[in-house]
Design a protein around this ligand. Structure first.
Ligand code: PLP
Length: 389
C-alpha cells in the first residue's frame, strides 16, 4: 500500500539513510486517538470528512488517508487534483475524494476523468461539469460566508444553487462553507455566519432541494462547540493534533500530535569552534564555551533561522543544545552542556528526548510563524517513519 513516489516512507529505524540521517516520526495511533476525540465531540450521527489538504501537511498523505478510511471516513477533502490522484494510484478507490477549489473551468474534464468530485464555487464551474459530464455527476457546492474566499456569495447563493441543481447531469451531493477563526471576534463572526448558512440550507429544503451532506464546521468550530444543524464536519488541524485557537479559548490537551518527532544525527563535531569564527554573523566565541556540532537539517529541510530576538534549541541526550546558525543544508548546535557528544548522536528538532520536549508550538514561536507554516516547510524532503505508540 506504499506509493513512495512522493513520500519517502522508511520501514524502521535501521533504514534511516546514513547519507542524510533525518527522519520524521508519524504516530498513527495519535491519529486514531484524535479521530476518536473528534467523534466524541460531534456525536455519533455527524459524518466526519477529514481534510488532508497540502499533502496532509507533510504527514504522509497516502498512509494517513488509508488510516482515516479504516477509521470509517467515507469521504475525504483533498487540496488538489494531484494529491487526490496520488491517493487513487495508491489504491484508495473506496472513499469519495472531494477537491477543494484549485481548478479553472477548463480543468473540470480532467478532474472528472479521475473520478474526483469537484467543488463548485462559481457558476462557471457548474456549467463546465454539466457540459463535460456524460451521466449524473456529483458535485459539492461551496458558499463563501463573507471572507472573500472561494464560494458562492451567501447573499445570492439560494437562487444560484437552485439553478445549478437544474443543470443537466448535475447532482449536488454536498453544500459547505469554511469559517476558521483564531480569536473571540472570529468566533462571534463564525457563529453568526454558521446560523446564516443553516438558514440557507433550510430555505433550499423548503424550495424542494434537500442536499444530502451539509457542513460548516472545521477544527476551530468543532473545538469551540459552535452549534449548527449540519450533518457533517471537516476537520483538518484537529486530526493532526493542533489548533490555531489560543489556550484560553480551547483545551487541546486531549489531542496528541501525529507528527511526534523530527530527528537527525550529529555528522560533525568541532571541539574548538569558538576559536574560528571571525566574520560570520554569529560570533560563536561570544556564545560558546564548549564543542559545537553540525546536523544535516538545514533551511532546505524546512529549518529556518530563528526570528529576530528569538533563539531556538534542539535536544541531544536529553539536554538543550542551542541552535547557533542554520545554513541551507546544515545547522550548527552548541553542545557545551551535552555530555560526551559524538558523531552519530541523535538530535531532536521536534519531540521528546529524556524529560524535555520541543513542541510544534515552540518551533512556531521560535520561527515567528504558525504551526501550519512550520509543517509546510518541513514537508517533502525528510523521510517518514510510521510508528504506533
Ligand atoms: C483547511 C480547510 C478545512 C479544515 O480546516 P481546519 O481548520 O484545519 O480544520 C476545512 N474546509 C476547508 C474549505 C478548508 O480549506
Amino acid at each position: 500500500m506504499n506509493d513512495a513516489m512522493d513520500e519517502r516512507v522508511i520501514p524502521d529505524r535501521r533504514s534511516i539513510d546514513p547519507t542524510r540521517p533525518n527522519w520524521m516520526e508519524i504516530d498513527l495511533r495519535a491519529l486514531d486517538h484524535n479521530f476518536g476525540v473528534i467523534r466524541a465531540m460531534v456525536g455519533p450521527d455527524v459524518r466526519i470528512i477529514p481534510c488532508v489538504k497540502s499533502a496532509a501537511f507533510g504527514h504522509g498523505l497516502v498512509e494517513l488517508s488509508q488510516r482515516l478510511v479504516e477509521l470509517g471516513a467515507r469521504t475525504i477533502f483533498c487540496g488538489s487534483c494531484a494529491d487526490a490522484g496520488m491517493l487513487r494510484r495508491a489504491g484508495l478507490d473506496r472513499p469519495d475524494l472531494v477537491i477543494f477549489g484549485s481548478t479553472l473551468p477548463a480543468g473540470i474534464p480532467a478532474l472528472l476523468r479521475l473520478g474526483l468530485i469537484p467543488t463548485v464555487h462559481q457558476l462557471e464551474l457548474a456549467e463546465a461539469v454539466s457540459s463535460a459530464a456524460t451521466g449524473p455527476t456529483r458535485v459539492y457546492v461551496k458558499v463563501d460566508s463573507g471572507r472573500g474566499r472561494l464560494g458562492l456569495p451567501i447573499r445570492t447563493a439560494e437562487d444560484t444553487i437552485l439553478s445549478i441543481a437544474r443543470m443537466p447531469n448535475i447532482v449536488i451531493e454536498g453544500l459547505y462553507t469554511h469559517l476558521p477563526f483564531a480569536d473571540a471576534e472570529g468566533a462571534a463572526f463564525a457563529r453568526e455566519r454558521t446560523r446564516r448558512f443553516g438558514d440557507l440550507v433550510g430555505r433550499l429544503r423548503a424550495r424542494g432541494l434537500d442536499i444530502p451532506v451539509t457542513q460548516a464546521r472545521s477544527s476551530s468550530g468543532i473545538l469551540y462547540g459552535i452549534e449548527d444543524g449540519c450533518n457533517a464536519v471537516a476537520p483538518g488541524s484537529l486530526l493532526f493534533g493542533k489548533t490555531s485557537l489560543p489556550l484560553a479559548m480551547a483545551d487541546v490537551s486531549g489531542l496528541r500530535p501525529v507528527l511526534s518527532a523530527v530527528r537527525t544525527r550529529i555528522i560533525h563535531l568541532s571541539a574548538d569552534a569558538a576559536d574560528r569564527t571571525p566574520g560570520t554573523a554569529l560570533r560563536y566565541a561570544d556564545l560558546v564555551t564548549g564543542p559545537t556540532g553540525v546536523v544535516p537539517f538545514g533551511r532546505a529541510d524546512g529549518h529556518p533561522v530563528a526570528a529576530p530576538g528569538r533563539s531556538a534549541f534542539a535536544l541531544v541526550k536529553g539536554v538543550k543544545a542551542p541552535v547557533l546558525s542554520v545554513s541551507s543544508e546544515q545547522a550548527v548546535l552548541d553542545l557545551s552542556d551535552v555530555p560526551y557528544p559524538a558523531v552519530g548522536d541523535e538530535v531532536t528538532i521536534l519531540g521528546a528526548d529524556g524529560g524535555l520536549a520541543i513542541t510544534l508550538a515552540d518551533l512556531a514561536g521560535w520561527q515567528g510563524s504558525s504551526m501550519n507554516d512550520v509543517l509546510l516547510m518541513m514537508r517533502g524532503r525528510t523521510p517518514l517513519l510510521f510508528i504506533e505508540r
